[in-house]
Design a protein around this ligand. Structure first.
Ligand SMILES: CC(C)(COP(=O)(O)OP(=O)(O)OC[C@H]1O[C@@H](n2cnc3c(N)ncnc32)[C@H](O)[C@@H]1OP(=O)(O)O)[C@@H](O)C(=O)NCCC(=O)NCCS
Length: 166
């Protein structure tokens, strides 16, 4: 599989690493530009504080995307996955999600879940490409400009992480 740097098609040094408090201003700027109902700075701070798996993708040390996931009771929940508009369609979202799922496997989780707006076709294609399947619908789950919007619930069964080579 191609590396993030190859997919991004630049000479930039592309890194996926744990999110830090100092990243939150850049993360929130991307969040606000990407969603009509963005998470607040406080939500990201809480995610770090409670120990959710929070990752950023950086190129030349600038944050261009992030993913947030909770793990527990055998299940991982991908709570946010977002790439800055200028950086989309270059493989960063896929690499971020693969990184989160790898972390979930390593933590012994059996399944990963996420919610997505049925209108978000680019995200749904990414999730389906990685094997997620729709298992339900939450009625009126999301805020929308004209009321509420449903959420499709997607699930991926995680293969156990390979044991370390002896
Ligand atoms: C969804 C999102 C994270 C994808 O990130 P990305 O870096 O653009 O995605 P990638 O380049 O890694 O694309 C991976 C796959 O996703 C699908 N995809 C991504 N963008 C797409 C688009 N505009 N149209 C159709 N399919 C798309 C394709 O299957 C693609 O695989 P391919 O390149 O082999 O065709 C990004 O569009 C985003 O941040 N959107 C706004 C926030 C959001 O809606 N997040 C999801 C909330 S549930």
């Amino acid at each position: 599989m191609a590396t993030a740097a190859e997919l991004l098609g630049t000479n930039a040094e592309v890194v996926i690493r744990p999110m830090r408090g100092a990243d939150i201003a850049e993360v929130v700027a991307i969040e606000r530009a990407s969603y009509q109902f963005p998470w607040s700075e406080g939500i990201f701070r809480d995610c770090l504080r409670v120990g959710y798996v929070c990752r950023v993708v950086t190129a030349n040390r600038m944050v261009h995307g992030y993913g947030v996931m909770s793990v527990g009771a055998g299940e991982a929940h991908v709570l946010n996955l977002c790439v800055g508009e200028a950086f989309r369609c270059r493989g960063a979202g896929r690499q971020l999600l693969l990184c989160l799922l790898e972390r979930a496997r390593a933590a012994g989780m059996h399944e990963a879940f996420l919610e997505v707006r049925p209108s978000n076709t680019s995200a749904i294609r990414l999730y389906q490409a990685l094997g997620f399947e729709q298992v339900g619908m939450r009625r009126g789950y999301y805020q929308a400009l004209n009321g509420r919007e449903d959420a499709a619930v997607l699930r991926l069964t995680l293969r156990p992480a390979a044991p370390p080579a002896s």
